[in-house]
Design a protein around this ligand. Structure first.
Ligand SMILES: [Zn+2]
Length: 294
């Protein structure tokens, strides 16, 4: 489904007040009008705050933001909506520090808002299974020093990467941070992100051999100068990821890495519809269950 594209001015015009934001959530949650979740009655009173409906039959009160990503948040919806716009419209992402200044909240709050949005992005993409020809590889990212597998890797986190190869184009992508590249982690990653019995290309790393349990895999031990021919897309994706992490976050540590991977993949997977991302992300926040802070 195509979603509207949004410029800064359109967004500002559309979501100018709390009432605008609440009305938008109501329209998206109850496109055919409010219905009481307890008794199904379609008649309700809007309480004066406009954030609650009270069922005229059973008197159950329903919050407009209950069961959405905005649930339990103390910041105004206008700030949430702007956070969604800034995160969704900037290819290079946004840091918590910059967001905190733009929407006038403290750093911790900005960090939490971004964390919830990135978690939702990951859940959205985990509904998809990669298929066709798939390239898989691992990479070490984050930390301050450059490092390769097995040496000089201090402070770096291993990441498993899978990309659909469509010949001259890449398709969908999935990435997961792991504590180490071992059979168990690879098996879980493949089960979560790949349709079974696909054609998987990978290199000769033994931990990746577990893939042959569920996939038709072909491993090649490639000299480093040929590796880009055998696994072109996965290496382009890893290069882009490293640039993305360095640009905005100046190197990321393990704890938050998966959130950034979620965002990177979400954006990559929607690169043909970049200008729709703010509205897609807003819709996701409305249909996504609350994410508890950590
Ligand atoms: Zn009711």
């Amino acid at each position: 489904m195509k979603m509207p594209e949004a410029s800064f001015f359109e967004w500002q015009g559309q979501f100018n007040s709390e009432t605008d934001c609440l009305n938008h959530i109501k329209k998206m949650r109850w496109p055919n009008g409010f219905m009481c979740p307890r008794c199904g009655c379609e008649h309700a009173y809007e309480l004066t705050t406009r954030q609650l409906y009270e069922c005229s039959q059973c008197h159950k009160q329903t919050s407009v933001t209950a069961d959405t990503l905005f649930h339990g948040s103390r910041i105004p919806l206008t700030k949430w909506f702007w956070a969604i716009y800034f995160l969704g419209s900037d290819k290079g992402s946004i840091s918590a520090l910059r967001l905190s200044k733009l929407i006038d909240v403290n750093w911790r709050t900005a960090r939490l808002v971004l964390s919830k949005l990135r978690t939702a992005m990951g859940h959205r993409d985990s509904l998809y299974r990669l298929s066709g020809v798939i390239e898989i590889d691992d990479a070490l990212v984050g930390g301050k020093r450059k490092g390769k597998r097995g040496r000089g890797a201090a402070g770096k986190t291993p990441v498993l990467v899978a990309v659909e190869s469509k010949g001259k184009k890449a398709g969908f992508i999935a990435m997961q941070a792991v504590n180490r590249v071992c059979h168990d982690n690879v098996e879980q990653f493949v089960a979560k992100h790949l349709t079974i019995q696909q054609e998987v290309h990978k290199d000769g790393l033994p931990a990746l051999n577990i893939i042959d349990k569920t996939q038709q895999h072909e491993a090649r031990v490639t000299p480093s100068e040929l590796v880009d021919e055998w696994l072109p897309w996965v290496h382009i994706a890893i290069g882009n990821l490293k640039a993305f992490l360095l640009g905005t976050f100046h190197g990321v540590t393990g704890k938050f890495l998966q959130e950034y991977l979620n965002e990177f993949c979400y954006r990559f997977n929607r690169r043909q519809m970049e200008r729709e991302i703010p509205n897609r992300l807003l819709n996701l926040a409305i249909i996504h269950a609350p994410v508890h802070s950590h």
